[in-house]
Design a protein around this ligand. Structure first.
Ligand code: SF4
Ligand code: SF4
Length: 148
């Protein structure tokens, strides 16, 4: 008998093919927001200031193939660095699966398109400002509570 469960319910993150791994990203764009970390508590706070290389309408990285070279701080997710990524948004598919939680009902892998993630207001489109227009010292003025 074949296992009818979808790959994300049947496989561990480390067992996925590159294509499966890439398809997990819902394209929310939240991981491209600048974050601030409290010096003592290490608590992470999201801002609405976003990387200049994010296409804000499509929520796609415009330098994806060379993102690490273009933005040295950009974290390229792999099965090997998930342990350290508790600061990823709570809706991020990689974090959810890593924490043994299900994908949200609006995830494109479940719905087959991006309509539901857009309708559920889970992308950054229309809510962010490019880092080109905010001085680093001013990030604190742009804290948001919808991204974590
Ligand atoms: S937060 Fe996760 S799901 Fe959203 S764009 Fe980033 S990697 Fe993809
Ligand atoms: S380089 Fe691309 S993936 Fe990295 S933070 Fe910027 S827009 Fe996001």
């Amino acid at each position: 008998m074949t296992d009818k469960k979808p790959f994300w319910e049947r496989k561990k993150l480390a067992e996925m093919t590159l294509k499966e791994w890439e398809s997990l990203c819902d394209g929310c764009g939240k991981c491209c927001l600048h974050k601030l970390e409290h010096e003592e508590s290490r608590e992470v706070f999201y801002t609405r200031v976003v990387c200049q290389y994010l296409d804000q309408d499509q929520c796609r990285c415009m330098v994806y193939g060379k993102r690490k070279k273009t933005v040295p701080d950009c974290v390229v997710l792999t099965p090997k660095n998930l342990e350290d990524l508790s600061w990823m948004p709570g809706t991020c598919a990689y974090r959810l699966l890593h924490e043994n939680k299900p994908l949200p009902i609006w995830h494109p892998l479940i719905t087959g398109n991006r309509n539901a993630i857009i309708a559920s207001d889970n992308t950054v489109t229309g809510k962010v400002i490019s880092e080109e227009f905010v001085h680093e010292d001013g990030f604190e003025e742009h804290l948001v509570d919808w991204a974590d």
